[in-house]
Design a protein around this ligand. Sequence first.
Ligand code: ARG
Length: 586
Amino acid sequence: MTPIIQKLTACVSSAFEKAGYDPSLGVVTVSDRADLCQFQCNGALGGAKIHHKAPRMIAEDVAAILKENGMFSLVDVAGPGFINLSLSDEILIAGLDALSHDAHLGVPQTEKPETVVVDYGGPNVAKALHIGHLRSAIIGEAVKRLAKACGNNAIGDVHLGDWGTPMGLVMTELHDRHPDWACFKDDFDPAKDEVPELESGPLNAVYPVASARSKEDADFAARAHKTTLDLQNGHPGYTALWKKILAVSVADAREAYDKLNVSFEYWYGESDADRYVPELFDILNSKSLLRESDGALVIDVAKPDDTAPMPPIIARKSNGSVGYELTDLATLIQREHDFAPDRIVYLTDARQALHFEQIFRASRLAKLVPDTTSLDFLGFGTMNGTDGKPYKTRDGGVMPLNVLLDTAIDAAYKKLTDSAYLSDSDDEEKRALAQKVGIAAVKFGDLINNPTRDYVFDLDKFLSFEGKTGTYLLYTVTRINSVLKKAGDEEGKIHGLYSDTERDLALKLLLSGDLFRKAWEEKAPSYICDNAYQLAVVFSKFYHDNRIIDEQDADKRASWLALSALVRRMLRLHLDTLAIDTVENM
Ligand code: ARG
């Protein structure tokens, strides 16, 4: 389906041409005065210079031609030469009909589909997921779904942090605590010996201790580095232990992501890039990109015109191990090999901006991916508490993700039980509903913001039934559900538009698709949130103004039901793209 703005621009451009003016002046935009008209064209103002004529005269000439065209219910010249336009009901209805038959519900499909790898989530093995990982998961999933909605082939990769110094720290601490474990003995035999079962709670408690210890105890730090190196070199005992740790952490992460309705096509980790490390060093060597510095090997990525410091990348540490930077470079080779992507989008906290700038520069220098492959970094802002400081646990610690989600679900449960909505559901139903409402509130509350900005995590606000909240949107969908259910889910057809609110609704529906394109291009799911909200607001007005079910005029009733059904499909498409589950009723 061609976006309506594009169709209108074509129509107005040809009117400019017919009237003897430059057709490129016929660009149509959505009106910024919705009270006056639906669309506007300001081209006549720019035409004055080209055609040496008063803009108002140009606009009048073009308007005369447009008036001949039955498309419009309004063609008006305003002010110095703005052309104001509104579509006729017939055109709006035909548009809605086409929309309802479009498999993509009006979302323009890209002419050049890209293979896009979205690198998001990024949990670290042996560390509990914390709220820093929440945004990456939520925004990343939405960005991936946006790419798909626009017709691209999008692949999500979780990129587990499973290969760097943190692994060495955790394993060294475990070694000190359990020197008797077979995996720490020289004669460890993976065929015979086993690593004891690990549990995620105690396991996740190890890293903070080990990390603090490494800062005070140089010997411990050195041993941890050696352990990392040995692991990277395939030490059998460490490898067996690492596999155990990995399994526990992956199970943990999966549980959290399932709750969040986030899923990855690939669960690759940094370790999966390890087999590309020799190839990477060959490339770096052949291009003379490695330089020795204090026993380490580094890659210089600074450019003469840099205004901010651009430190070199450490390719190989002095003890021989490789770190976060190098695994990211090796991962580029892996991705090129596995997927040959046209674009890779990385999502982390904005504080990793320098890291990614270094990686992107090095990959261009070494030509790890074709020059045509886009490397995008989407760095998001911090989630703050209502005090404006980074959201913390009550005792000031980093908030574990599951605690945060449980807090939201509990608050949703309380809200739902306190309200009249659920008077006749049993507790199990309420719990299930609270789970969806709580998660929707958290996700929408995050996604409504421009991803690069900080935002305030305010559960009370997020759970409100009014305003730009996930709760309001879920609620709106349930209202439509109940109307359509009462009507016996009959398939109606739109015969007419009986009020300006319906015209608004029609217009919103017809313009929604293009926002998906814009949201994908700018990697900004917030447009989808905002549009879903706008649509829900207009629907709510329509719902309040009319008694849909009781309407006696059969055509009107059928039209209203069809319009409601189309709004529901559109809202669901929005919410599904945001990976927010809807609920049947509440
Ligand atoms: N594990 C990393 C962290 O927690 C995030 C990984 C992001 N992706 C990447 N390719 N570096 O900071």
